[in-house]
Design a protein around this ligand. Structure first.
Ligand SMILES: [Zn+2]
Length: 143
C-alpha cells in the first residue's frame, strides 16, 4: 500500500518542495520532499531533512562498522541530535569488522558495537584513531 501521510499545504508556498541532500555525502538523494507547512517559510531548493543515508552511503555503511564523529552538545540552533546527546559533525568512516580497532575493544563494548553496526565517537577520539578514509570522509572536511 502507498503512503497515506498527508501534507499540510503551506498557505503561501503550497506543497513547498525541496530536494533532500544526503547528510553523509552532501549529494542529492534524487528525491523530492514536500515540506508543505511543516516549515515556516519557503523551502530551500536543497536541504538536509534527516539523517537517512542515500543509497550510495547506505551501501558503503553496510560494508563494515560505521564510526560517526559526534559532539555531545548542539553546535548550532539548527542542529538535530541523531540519538540523545549525539550530534554528528558530518565526519564518518566505515571500518572492517575484523579490524584491530574492533578486536582490541573491551567487552561488552565490542559486542555492542558489532551488534549495532555503528558507534558514535567524540571528535578527540576520532582524531586520535586517525579515521580518515579518503573515500569516505565528508566532502565538507576535504581540503
Ligand atoms: Zn550519501
Amino acid at each position: 500500500m502507498g503512503s497515506k501521510r498527508s501534507i499540510r499545504v503551506h498557505p503561501k508556498y503550497g506543497l513547498n518542495p525541496t530536494v533532500p541532500v544526503c547528510f553523509w555525502c552532501g549529494e542529492d538523494t534524487g528525491e523530492v520532499a514536500l515540506m508543505g507547512a511543516a516549515i515556516k517559510g519557503k523551502a530551500p531548493s536543497k536541504a538536509i531533512i534527516n539523517y537517512e543515508p542515500c543509497a550510495k552511503c547506505k551501501m558503503n555503511m553496510a560494508m563494515g562498522l560505521v564510526v560517526i564523529e559526534c559532539t555531545s552538545y548542539q553546535r548550532d540552533d539548527h542542529q538535530v541530535q541523531m540519538q540523545p546527546g549525539a550530534f554528528p559533525t558530518g565526519r564518518w568512516c566505515v571500518i572492517r569488522r575484523e579490524s584491530g580497532f574492533v578486536q582490541d575493544m573491551q567487552e561488552p563494548q565490542r559486542s555492542q558495537i558489532l551488534q549495532a553496526g555503528m558507534t558514535f565517537m567524540e571528535p578527540a577520539s576520532y582524531e586520535k584513531c586517525g579515521f580518515h578514509h579518503p573515500l569516505m570522509d565528508h566532502p565538507a572536511t576535504k581540503q
